[in-house]
Design a protein. Sequence first.
Length: 386
Amino acid sequence: MALSAIDLFCGAGGLSEGFRQAGFHVLAGNDIDHSAGLTFVVSHPEARFLEGPIEEYSAPDFLRAGGLKVGELDCLVGGPPCQGFSVYNHQRGVDDPRTELPREYMRLVRGLRPKWIVMENVTGMTSIDNGLALQGFVRAMAKEGYRVETMILKAEQFGIPQERRRLFFVGNRIGLPIPWPEITHGAGKTPYTTIWDAVGDLPVLRNGGDSQTVQYKSSPQNRYQRELRKGSREVRNHSSPKLSDLNLERMKHVHQGGSWRDIPFDLLPEGMKRAKRSDHTKRYGRMKPNGLACTILTKCDVHWGAYIHPYQDRAISVREAARLQSFPDRFVFQGSRTDQYVQVGNAVPPLLGRRVAEAILTAIARPNATGSRVFRPRQTELGLAL
């Protein structure tokens, strides 16, 4: 029988998709974002979606949605919105109202009593107010009988073609060791999945193109493309914003791996003419096909990051951003193009979620096994380990 999961702050469903791929049965999800909820409903037809602020829902609401009793849920997963902790938020602090959302997650842990808990957040949570938020969560869960450990996972080390760092909390109340997924990609292991590994089979798209449904330009060229194309016969959400003629002229000067520094001074935006050469390192960046993408954000704006297509003078499309996040092509993102970019950028990469879920399943199946894929990495390998 498949283990059960409920996804809080589910967005489009990246984390729950990873758990589903690993073999979990996703029973329900909750989010305040209407467009993200539409995507979740389309992509998770087996699950109930509870739309609205999480503060409006009680544990019994989720129990009814999943047909469960207290203590029966196998895993509660979730990624509370992270802007309050983000290093990009220069006014961040524990007084930011968005830092209250992990407490809502804890409230539902107390009410649902899941066997396992998995929470994801930005790495800034480790440093804000000297880590008080992080430490507070771990201590609060300990009082509820959960042993919780945290670790910063690097997405590229698990086959995702993107430099992305995320803090994961994993815990259980059933006395099992806390598992972490084994690194599979990098030095001495499988080579990193590159940008072109991820998007090289997608059709050419003009600046401002809106190919909502289009055929693939070739057969899958590698394992990553084959995996993401399963269950899909066409490309959806292959849409990008229309950039101005001035922006098009600017990016013509930017080579692969280059940035705003390649743009002639007289073509730079006025604000960037005053910038130091050491500043804004990824602005107007053009992707290197054999490299890794920078972190996919909620707006792939060329003015703010390396989001210029490796070969075409345009910003990457929603589908290309989704590929770099490891979303399957069968995921059809709903809402406006702006909504779609937000859903992709806010998500936990499904492949990363899958690796975390698989580690948990291995710990459950072989709690006393040695030499398995479940291990405790050294702090120097993955970062924080409490």
